[in-house]
Ligand binder design. Sequence first.
Ligand code: NAD
Length: 275
Amino acid sequence: MNAPDPFHDRVAVITGGAGGIGFALAEAFAARGAKIVLADVDEAAMRHRAGRLEARGSEVLCVRTDVTQRTSVAALADAVWARFGAAHLVCNNAGIALAGPLLEATAEDWRLTMDINFWGVVHGIEAFAPRLVTQGRGGHILNTASMAGLVGMQWLGIYCASKFAVVGLSESLRRELAPHGIGVSVLCPMIVETGIVENSLRVRGKEIPAAAPVSQPPAGAMKGGVVTPEEVARRVVRAIERDEPYILTHPEQREFLRRRAARLEAAFTPSGEIL
Ligand SMILES: NC(=O)c1ccc[n+]([C@@H]2O[C@H](COP(=O)([O-])OP(=O)(O)OC[C@H]3O[C@@H](n4cnc5c(N)ncnc54)[C@H](O)[C@@H]3O)[C@@H](O)[C@H]2O)c1
């Protein structure tokens, strides 16, 4: 017997679904027949985007959600069950990216980044994973990390710390949910054509009014080509179908990862011996 289609007639929840990669995921899943739940702090953008999906015949629920708040994400799960009675695909995708030297990092920048990028994912797992297990119909959790969660990068120290945490958490969760037939993938793109830099500075400005210096990311913080959110979404759809643990998006990632693996390998043989 064929495995059930992971998208058709299934319910997909996407945090940070009002724009960028999150909305591209929504479009790709909807094109495959999924019912969509957009969960974002930006209510106006979310409603506007939902209208686009509905115009193409998709069923969409919008729930204003702040992923930094445990209660807000729990209320999201309640709203999803109230409307659809189920969820099958949960994308913990909301995130921000602040750049600057670690020596200039403020406690507020650390807290804001970890609250959204790390705690946002934790809250999504807490709210949805036990329900997916109880539901007993399989499913998939997609956590959006970054290439910055696989390789430490200059000027992206806070972001890297938050995204490395998401990669580790995803690897552990994958092992724990496999016996329940629930897949876990971690999305690790390099540069994607979205408004993340401007959006993040706007969020930071609202949350941290103190006039601490805001650094624009240097051109070389993350080197590589730029792909569209739609290309990323195509990769995600394929990876979910194949239940792949890591989703990489740029061919140049291979060389960066190879160099990191070589640096780790060298740690075993500083004097020609395995320590
Ligand atoms: N764009 C890139 O180059 C890139 C590269 C690697 C990883 N990523 C990751 O992809 C994810 C999506 O980023 P994007 O590029 O689409 O950015 P984006 O700014 O276009 O989208 C992020 C969305 O998250 C929402 N959001 C922010 N704070 C929130 C909160 N507290 N609660 C709920 N929603 C919130 C925003 O309103 C926005 O709609 C992020 O986790 C980001 O770190 C992006």
